[in-house]
Structure formats: structure tokens, C-alpha cells
Design a binder for this molecule. Structure first.
Ligand code: AMP
Length: 286
């Protein structure tokens, strides 16, 4: 297992591997790894000759009042977990090398970044698009793997890669859930036992709504209302039903959509979603 902390060395490593004819699959993470991250890494290792992961808690995607300082950092355990699923190199730069004191360049992705998490966290996608661009410039991968858990983030990255002609294929992987349905997240470890129980209403309301969609419901307001009803035990940040590609709100479900929620519990903000395709096999994408 190779651990690399700077872009020049990471790029040199990738170039040598690619000169030797080896394909590279890349999984960007902020560490505090769980099965969701590992599913991406397994896919990267299976779909490519070499799998690379990055571990970097990116300061530019946190607002000053958010949890950057508290974000769990479990580096040694993370590296061991990466190795256990076939990752051969970990890129772990420091904040200081990523963002020099006079750093001044940012990537903004219009349209798909607006609304949902972009509405509640206006700084967020600029930070994500910027750091993913920097990571792609260091890890020259054939494919990069992202989780549907952060579905709007996937849409933003796909749009950025398309618009800026980046030479990497984006692979979106399904959400990995706890046995009771809670979407896995590094932030779940903030939750008290009581909050953990209340948090189940996110996935439960989404699954119930997905069943209504599968049963033929097409009116967005009706679907969103049912989700809101189901989430009465938590403070709702948003309930959105949007076009799965553009992230624009829809009134009727006539093409693939994303039904996404965010909720504020006392110790963490949680997000979850399901996708639905009215023309798809059984109607569901997840
Ligand atoms: P993070 O470390 O939270 O920035 O996440 C790194 C990557 O793992 C992102 O592409 C996430 O979408 C993905 N990810 C996080 N949680 C899950 C999950 N429960 N299932 C699938 N992918 C996930």
C-alpha cells in the first residue's frame, strides 16, 4: 500500500502505471470509512487493474459554522480498510498543500448545483467541484466512483466532467444501507441512540413514496406531502422531487426523477434519496 501526500508524486505514480498499460479506478473520500465507501472501492478494484482512493477532509466545502473541525478522522483504520478491499495507493494530501495561503481558483457548476443541498449549503458544491478537479488532476484515473447517497453531487460532477472535457468516466454506485434501512454515512456516528431511531423516518418515508410511485402516483406534490408526513419526528431541511439529471423540480413524474430529503437532527444533518424511472423495469432505479 502506497500513501502519497502530494499531487506531483501522485501524478507521477499514475503516469507510470498507465505507461505500463494499467487502468486506474479512483474513489475520492473524506475518510471515516464505512461499507458505503468500501463498495465503491471494490467496484474500482474490480473494474480496473489498479484502485486508488483519496482521503481528504476538504475545508472549502464546509461553511464556518459547519462540522469541519469535528469531522471524524480515523486515518490509520481507513488505510487498513482501503487495503482490505484491494486499494493499492491512497492519496492523502494536507489542507496546506491543497490550499496555499494565497489560493484563489474555484470551479462553479451552474444549474445542477442550485436547489436541494445547494440551496441549504450555498458554499458546498463550489468546494466539491474545486476539490474533485484538483483530485482528478493528481490522480489521473480512467474511472472515478461516486455514491448515489450524494446524488446531487454525482449530477454536479457528471456535468462538470462533460462541460470541461475531463478525461475520466464517472460511475455512480447504489446507496449502501444499514440492515434497518438507514443510509450509511460518516456522520451517523454523531447520532445518539434516540436520534438514530428517529433518523429511520428518512429512509422509511422514501421507501413508502417509492411504492406509491411504483403504484402509479405521478403528482409530485402528493408524493412530497406523503414524505413530509412521514418525517414529522425530525426537522426537515428539504423534500425535493427533481429531474434526475438536471436537478430541476418537476410537477409530474414523466421521466427519471430523484426524490431527495435532508433533515436536521440535533447532532447531524442527514440526507437520503431514491431514484425512480416511470419507464424503467419495475419503475425503480434503486
Ligand atoms: P464522503 O467521504 O462522505 O465524501 O463520501 C465519499 C464517497 O462515498 C462519495 O461518492 C459518497 O457518495 C460515497 N458514499 C458515502 N456514503 C455512501 C453510501 N451509504 N452508499 C454508497 N456510497 C456512499
Amino acid at each position: 500500500m502506497k500513501i502519497i501526500d502530494n499531487a506531483a508524486e501522485m501524478r507521477a505514480w499514475c503516469r507510470e502505471a498507465r505507461r505500463a498499460g494499467k487502468s486506474i479506478g479512483f474513489v475520492p473520500t473524506m475518510g471515516a470509512l464505512h461499507e458505503g465507501h468500501l463498495s465503491l472501492m471494490r467496484a474500482a478494484a474490480q473494474g480496473n487493474e489498479l484502485a486508488v482512493a483519496s482521503i481528504f477532509v476538504n475545508p472549502t466545502q464546509f461553511a464556518p459554522h459547519e462540522d469541519f473541525n469535528q469531522y471524524p478522522r480515523t486515518f490509520d483504520q481507513d488505510v487498513a480498510m482501503c487495503a482490505s478491499v484491494g486499494v493499492v495507493a491512497v492519496y492523502a494530501p494536507t489542507a496546506r498543500t491543497m490550499y496555499t495561503e494565497d489560493y484563489s481558483t474555484f470551479v462553479t457548476v451552474g444549474g445542477v448545483s442550485e436547489g436541494l443541498c445547494g440551496g441549504s449549503r450555498p458554499h458546498f458544491f463550489r468546494g466539491v467541484a474545486t476539490v474533485v478537479t484538483k483530485l482528478f488532476n493528481a490522480v489521473e484515473a480512467d474511472r472515478a466512483y461516486f455514491g448515489q447517497k450524494d446524488a446531487q453531487q454525482c449530477a454536479v460532477i457528471k456535468r462538470m466532467v462533460r462541460d470541461l472535457d475531463m478525461a475520466v468516466e464517472i460511475v455512480e454506485m447504489p446507496i449502501v444501507r444499514e440492515p434497518d434501512g438507514l443510509a450509511m454515512s460518516s456522520r451517523n456516528r454523531y447520532l445518539s441512540a434516540e436520534e438514530r431511531t428517529r433518523a429511520l423516518c428518512l429512509s422509511q418515508s422514501l421507501f413508502a413514496a417509492q411504492e406509491r410511485l411504483q403504484g402509479g402516483e405521478r403528482d409530485a406534490e402528493t408524493v412530497k406531502d406523503a414524505v413530509r408526513q412521514g418525517m414529522q419526528g425530525v426537522k426537515i431541511d428539504y423534500v425535493a422531487l427533481v429531474d434526475a439529471e438536471t436537478m430541476r423540480p418537476v410537477e409530474r413524474v414523466e421521466r427519471p426523477v430523484l426524490l431527495a430529503v435532508a433533515a436536521l437532527l440535533e447532532s447531524a444533518r442527514l440526507i437520503d434519496n431514491v431514484k425512480f424511472d416511470p419507464a424503467g423495469n419495475g419503475g425503480s432505479l434503486t
